[in-house]
Design a protein around this ligand. Structure first.
Ligand SMILES: [Fe+2]
Length: 256
């Protein structure tokens, strides 16, 4: 089973070095969907469930047990009814609102068009971040939905260098960064192996001492990579055709 799982990713060499596979039968997670595997960092304290780009498929998932839920955008909140359904599903995750942290993505138009009304759907259910931060378990979490312009979607910023203004807003003492956009060269390859991440985000990330950077957006970039002391996760669970093909990623974070 181990080689089978590793064969799925281009980052297999990194995964085998830092991670071990926890068979579902030996794990405490609850799980009924057809996707059957989790990747877990060995040994420690806080379980972090990373999820992104569900594109309306959230009802097909039964979420693993976790202490912190991070959602990196593209729930597919293109209408209030879709947002209401997603919000109901998030409410069913047995964590307090401050432990469920959500950002939008380029397919979550109601948050850009009707920001106040959209946020009301998550009131008391989750913590919505939009170029803002929160504290959880002593960690600073910063979230932003912006991504480089692509087909004139939502929260798109022209690829003229101006997106740097958004990355500069990330506080220097951020522990967990939640962006929809991947950084350039890290889990950002499309199906044609073209890197679609943002080089200016990469520059900003290099200035920070993040514990975790969770993102999505470029679906085929799904996976996990450790660089120095930062764990990078592309948590997209869909493929390019928005079919759910990947698994939620659960990390266990060590505390110093
Ligand atoms: Fe997406």
């Amino acid at each position: 089973m181990y080689p089978l799982v590793l064969a799925r990713t281009a980052h297999a060499d990194l995964w085998i070095f830092r991670f071990h596979y926890l068979p579902v039968s030996e794990s405490p997670q609850i799980r009924t969907c057809e996707l059957s595997n989790y990747w877990i960092i060995s040994s420690l304290a806080m379980k972090v469930l990373c999820l992104s780009d569900t594109h309306g498929h959230h009802r097909k998932l039964r979420t693993p047990e976790a202490d912190l839920f991070l959602f990196a955008g593209d729930m597919e909140a293109s209408s209030f009814s879709r947002l209401a359904d997603f919000s109901d599903w998030v409410a069913s995750i047995p964590l307090p609102a401050e432990r469920k942290i959500i950002i939008s993505g380029n397919h979550d138009g109601v948050f850009e068009r009707h920001p106040l009304e959209a946020r009301n759907y998550l009131d008391g259910i989750a913590t919505y971040l939009e170029n803002s931060c929160c504290m959880v378990a002593g960690l600073k979490v910063y979230g932003t939905p912006v991504s480089l312009a692509f087909n004139n979607w939502f929260f798109n910023i022209p690829d003229d260098g101006s997106i740097k203004d958004y990355w500069d807003l990330i506080p220097p003492d951020t522990d967990i960064l939640l962006t929809h956009q991947p950084p350039s060269g890290i889990l950002d390859s499309d199906s044609g192996q073209k890197n679609l991440g943002c080089s200016q985000l990469l520059s900003r990330v290099k200035e920070l001492q993040l514990r975790l950077h969770c993102f999505g957006h470029i679906h085929p970039g799904y996976g996990l990579q450790n660089i120095d002391s930062t764990t990078f996760v592309n948590a997209s669970i869909c493929n390019d055709w928005n079919v759910m093909v990947h698994e939620p990623i659960v990390l266990q974070m060590e505390f110093d």
